[in-house]
Design a protein around this ligand. Sequence first.
Ligand SMILES: Cc1ncc(COP(=O)(O)O)c(C=O)c1O
Length: 391
Amino acid sequence: MAVLSETISTGHFVGGAAVEKFEDEFAGFCGTSHCVGLGSGTDALRFALMATIPPGSIVITVPNTFIATTEAISQSGAIPYFVDVDERTLNMSPAALSAFLSMECYVDSRHGNHTIHTISGRTVSAIVPVHLYGQTADMDALQALADEYHILVIEDACQAHGAGYFSNKKNKWCKAGSMSIAAAFSFYPGKNLGALGDGGALTTNDPAIAARVRLLREHGSSKKYYHPIEGYNGRLDALQAGFLSEKLPYLQSANSSRRQCAEYYDQSLANIPGLTTPFEPKCFHGNYHLYVIKAERRNELQRHLTEQGIGTGLHYPLPLHLQEAYKRLNYRPNDYPIAEAAAGKILSLPMFPSLTLQQQDLVVDSIKEFYGAHSGTGFDGLEKPQPIALA
Ligand SMILES: Cc1ncc(COP(=O)(O)O)c(C=O)c1O
């Protein structure tokens, strides 16, 4: 209420001190030198790409993300291209990226070391790894490939506020949003740091990218009514910035509560045949924006939980390369078998910082009841996959 009356009494509804204050705080939280407040995570991704890559080039991402990732790629003038994901983390597979770059592309050393996609003749300009469910992608491995092939990396950190990754290369823990030339965050209300409406931000250590994105968000203008370029209306409004400043100090402890809930689910759901709990590699510290299991007979299980009054979600039921919106890209079923297989098994269980043990027990008991009631139907023979080293 204090933020609301401050905003009304100052009349600073768009831009101004509240936005700058939040930008400084969020840059500090992520460990970057700049943060630019924007209207949404989609704006942040779109502007990051517009500020860094040439139109007409290929940008690589994963098929199992929210469509905003590929909308931003298309709307920046680039062509979205997919590589498959790691079976256990469901994040971009460095092995799949490496196979694509080495087998389907070549480096044109005579023309500035650009990586060219052989069939289309287009430059591969960037990769957009998505820190899905709040677990970061394997950034050291992806960055090493990007460096080798002269490609930029832009993080889709829209689900990953406060998630951590131990970089062996830098020999330190890094926060999501600080591990590439630019990163995008969403403050959609359901996110770990959510506004009371839409909001987003770009983080970067590059002052030129920050300056370009500030222009893009403000109709291409830094001086009122003078426009060196055409831009967009893509600003974070002052009221949302004020609310976000109030909520940011609680983010770390809210993330810890989510991690405790995740640990309890991990223990309680271990050893249920037909069910796999999320995999968190040792050097990763997820924020558990979502807690996503893989379940045999997922649809039946989801119906069973719905009947018990337990809400669940599918993130996401149909991979992007098979969406009607991307018919023009000519993908087919089985092009990305790991993402496709996962889409039929994933189930997001209730997850929020104030989730109680009793509520979790209810979820766990209902799941056990489902598989118990169906014991002897063939799942007893299924074993949990053995841990594999991340490529
Ligand atoms: C992975 C991912 N990327 C991008 C976005 C887009 O963010 P926004 O809804 O703020 O535009 C979202 C939001 O749900 C997301 O989950």
